[in-house]
Design a protein around this ligand. Sequence first.
Ligand code: ADE
Length: 223
Amino acid sequence: MKIDIVTIFPKVFKPILGESIIKRAQKKGLLKIAVYNLRDYTKDKHKKIDDRPFGGGPGMVFTPQPIFDAVKCIKKDRGTKVVLLTPQGETLNQKLAQKLSKNKHLILICGHYEGIDERVRMSLVDEEVSIGDYILTGGELPAMVLVDTIVRLLSGVLGDKDSVKSESFCRGLLEYPQYTRPANYKGKKVPKVLLSGNHQAIASWRKEQALKITKKKRPDLLK
Ligand code: ADE
């Protein structure tokens, strides 16, 4: 998979993309990520990428030219999906992450200020994604969140294939409780069934617990 990120703050991506699972996925050749500075694409002699909104109002709006030119330059073919990170978008969840992870090439556009010229949204963007009902200062953190959720779903990225299958939200339930050594920590004991070696009993205990936890913490998921 290829993910290209268009931003006015390219430096903030380095520490996240160069660590952990995302780093490993790139090393394994399963993923290629590139970050583009939007200012490199502006034709304005002062390197401006924004302007005051027509009709007045607070803040600045991203002008269309740098974004259209950046996407034209980066876009490969019809298979490329252009995603705008914006609070107006579809709220990100595991299902949306799964859908987006099926694409071969994504271009993520990080919005800022009061917004982005509407013509970008109308003519260039295939999908708008929000990471939740709150306003951040820009689309950079949402882009990182989106990349993280997608990358760990790519085949071969996580060592243990089962870890994606059993985790929270995968079957619409939260995850069952996990325990590790010691079996008795200062009198707090691990549930006996987990030490029993009876795999069927363990599986059914976990399913029961997952249901119980979901009912208590996120009853909306059961609807
Ligand atoms: N930009 C600002 N806030 C955002 C959010 N919640 N999701 C995606 N992009 C954003």
